[in-house]
Design a protein around this ligand. Sequence first.
Ligand code: PMP
Ligand code: GLN
Length: 383
Amino acid sequence: LNPVFSDRPQSIFPTMSRLANAHDAINLGQGFPDEDGPREIREIAARATIEGPNQYAPVEGIPELREAIAFDNQRFYGLDLNPETETLVVSGATEGLAAAFLGFLSPGDEAVLLAPFYECYAPQIEATGARINLVNLVPPHWQLDREALERAITPKTKLIVVNTPHNPLGKVMSTDELSLIADIAIKQDLIVVCDEVYEHLIFDGVSHQPLMTISGMRDRCVRIGSAGKTFSLTGFRIGYVSGPAHLITGVMKAHQHLAYTVPIPLQKAVAAGLRMGDDYYAAFKTDMQTKRNLMAEGLTEAGFDVLPCAGTYFITVDIRSVGRDDDAAFCREITEKAKVAAVPISAFYHPSQADAPHNFVRFCFCKKKEVLNEACDRLVNYI
Ligand code: PMP
Ligand code: GLN
């Protein structure tokens, strides 16, 4: 077995979901909505499945969806992309990330991750034979330190991964931080893999700013989005990659030997989704912001120190405020005893990081309000 995978524990998400099911707990661990996204998208998928074709799609994605991806980039960010050369449809952001790392990295190369980071980055990168250089974001605001980032870059560094809005932290990178990354990426000639799956889940009137829109970054970023997040259809497994032709070709060449293609009916449905009116996006954001507020209040009432959450559907608490200091043990404890599951933030650090904090826990709030209220009541009563 390949130790990159076999030496790691099973992914924290299904692990916590299993524990939640075993204890009949409300599952605020693994991040997935408890209601499927727009019915019109699902109806298009159903009709297209019956009508067909249901054969292999083009490797890069169907033209209809690639045009919708270019439209979406123009509509929200003023980015002008050629759908035929600068977009790619992938099997979820997860496969898009894997294809980007495989397409860009060779053994001996180095990649920079900002810790904590979404779970699949490290094994995917290490499977290419590249090394990871880690930069810790500094709690409680999870700031990015310029010197720490500069220290992590060597002549072998090929790329950096930037995730904003950030899972698990709910942090949104400021323009200053994006400019800092852009400055360093340009000076060091780095590719930036931009994981922007939560691009439409930013709260408090702030808008998402892709790193790709910053001067000098258009030709060195690939931007990864997910229909799973944007349309609450995580099971569709549709992601999209946008970027300059030379980088998209690199990702596509790996994708064609990984997922190869993505189901046509689902691509047609997501193409229609990306053309939905502004009211859809506004309602989606408002609903999730209400849930963020509800959770922040409920967790505060339970006695937690709640960290700021500017985007995504995850909110983090510091468990020292309730007299605990072991996040994994605490997640097991509340799953079994309070019947509410969460995930430990330490799972989002590299296994080599002995200095990873163990005092933060992530709760997912993309659930019905009554479910969130019940979860908060249980925590208030238990803690
Ligand atoms: N990146 C981040 C930051 C995520 O949170 C997720 C999903 N939880 C993914 C990538 C993977 O998205 P998908 O389901 O489209 O593969
Ligand atoms: N992205 C989701 C989370 O962070 C789960 C994804 C998964 O189960 N792989 O919880």
